[in-house]
Design a protein around this ligand. Structure first.
Ligand SMILES: [Mg+2]
Length: 379
């Protein structure tokens, strides 16, 4: 089998309701931008992958073609090596690895997790919020999720002064004493068009100690920069609240550094953003052998979610992240490019069990919405 072509589709989906991601202070999100890549083979099978709006509007179809056309997509180890220089000059190569697995799974007629030795059992999910909200609105949200069967919710903190966010967490804890809480500070990285906020080490420690008092906190996520391996390790040594991170780190060596420097309790690679599918399972192995927890990150879109679900199904991960912040960020908007959005049922998510990534793209919508110059119609 040989890759014969790479197509790029730039998609913009207008949200029914805008929303304000906590990690982009002052920014109101009204569209969901996704770039989809399609690796076409001479066997009549195509593999797909996506990357988020962070990287959208860049045409890197030609770069991808340079590295991939003429190669056998089943030789994933070789192609991972071949794609490594892409990481120096261009986009991260991980999403292309996801598309290779999609091809291999479709060729075998099996979901990727089955090829990796996993099972299709539903994975307990936590409802992952996206906004900083006042206590009344957040309590209403949590009540809805608990009614739906969720047993865990992740709250956002991203203010310079975390007092208001801590107060919301306290109110949620009082109202829902048995609910597992995760807290995400999103201090690990920054995005274009938003001012970067960062806690000092002492601020991060003060928050961690407040969360200790709160109790039932599964982890504090990204309280410091994603490369501050030493700072995270110091913080981890001074608090009982587990420290989590890794969503935007880049490749296996950075996860080795988290382990070597004892920076984290919870390793959170994202197949699309941080490691690819196979290396995410290797991070799971690192977690197991070092007594750490493994909880893959996901946020972007339905294809990215499907890729991370394949990892979840193939590893002993305990929690599936389920991004949900109605009315703006709902399954129909998050997964708009899929025929069927991925939905939680009674607080769990069943990994999609179709061949490859397990999900079907809504090709009619993708072709209609495409704004790139790299689609097949523009040759
Ligand atoms: Mg996060």
């Amino acid at each position: 089998m040989e890759i014969t072509d790479v197509n790029q589709y730039d998609l913009r989906y207008d949200l029914d309701e805008s929303w304000s991601p906590a990690w982009k202070p002052g920014y109101e999100q009204t569209v969901h931008e996704v770039t989809v890549f399609e690796l076409v083979t001479d066997a009549g099978i195509s593999g797909v992958c996506s990357t988020s709006g962070f990287a959208a509007r860049m045409d890197y179809r030609e770069l991808a073609e340079l590295f991939l056309v003429g190669e056998d997509p089943r030789r994933i180890d070789r192609l991972r090596e071949r794609l490594a220089p892409l990481n120096l000059w261009g986009p991260r190569p991980w999403h292309f690895e996801v598309a290779l697995w999609d091809i291999v799974g479709k060729d075998a007629g099996k979901p990727v997790y089955e090829l990796l030795g996993g099972d299709g059992d539903p994975v307990p999910a936590y409802a992952s919020t996206g906004e900083r909200r006042d206590a009344e609105r957040r309590l209403a949200y949590v009540e809805d999720r608990v009614d739906e069967g969720f047993e865990a919710v992740k709250l956002r903190m991203h203010a310079d002064d975390p007092a208001a966010d801590l107060d919301v967490a306290r109110r949620v804890r009082e109202a829902f004493p048995d609910l597992t809480l995760m807290v995400d500070a999103n201090m690990g990285w920054s995005v274009p068009l938003a001012e970067r906020r960062q806690w000092s080490f002492r601020e991060a420690l003060a928050v961690a100690r407040e969360l200790e008092e709160l109790g039932g906190v599964a982890w504090l996520e990204e309280p410091l920069d994603r490369h501050d391996y030493r700072g995270l390790a110091r913080l981890r040594g001074k608090t009982d609240v587990p420290i989590a991170g890794g969503e935007f780190n880049n490749g296996l060596y950075q996860f080795r550094e988290f382990v070597r420097q004892e920076s984290l309790d919870v390793l959170q690679p994202d197949a699309v953003l941080a490691t690819g599918i196979e290396n995410a399972t290797h991070v799971a192995g690192m977690a197991t052998t070092h007594g750490l927890e493994f909880a893959p990150h996901t946020w972007n879109d339905g294809l990215g979610f499907a890729a991370n679900l394949q990892v979840l199904a193939a590893t002993p991960a305990r929690w599936c992240e389920y991004p949900l912040e109605p009315p703006g960020w709902v399954p129909e908007a998050r997964d708009f490019l899929l025929e069927d959005p991925i939905r939680a049922d009674d607080g769990s998510v069943k990994p999609p069990d179709g061949p490859g990534l397990g999900v079907e793209l809504d090709w009619e919508l993708v072709r209609e919405m495409d704004q790139s110059s790299g689609g097949p119609d523009d040759r």
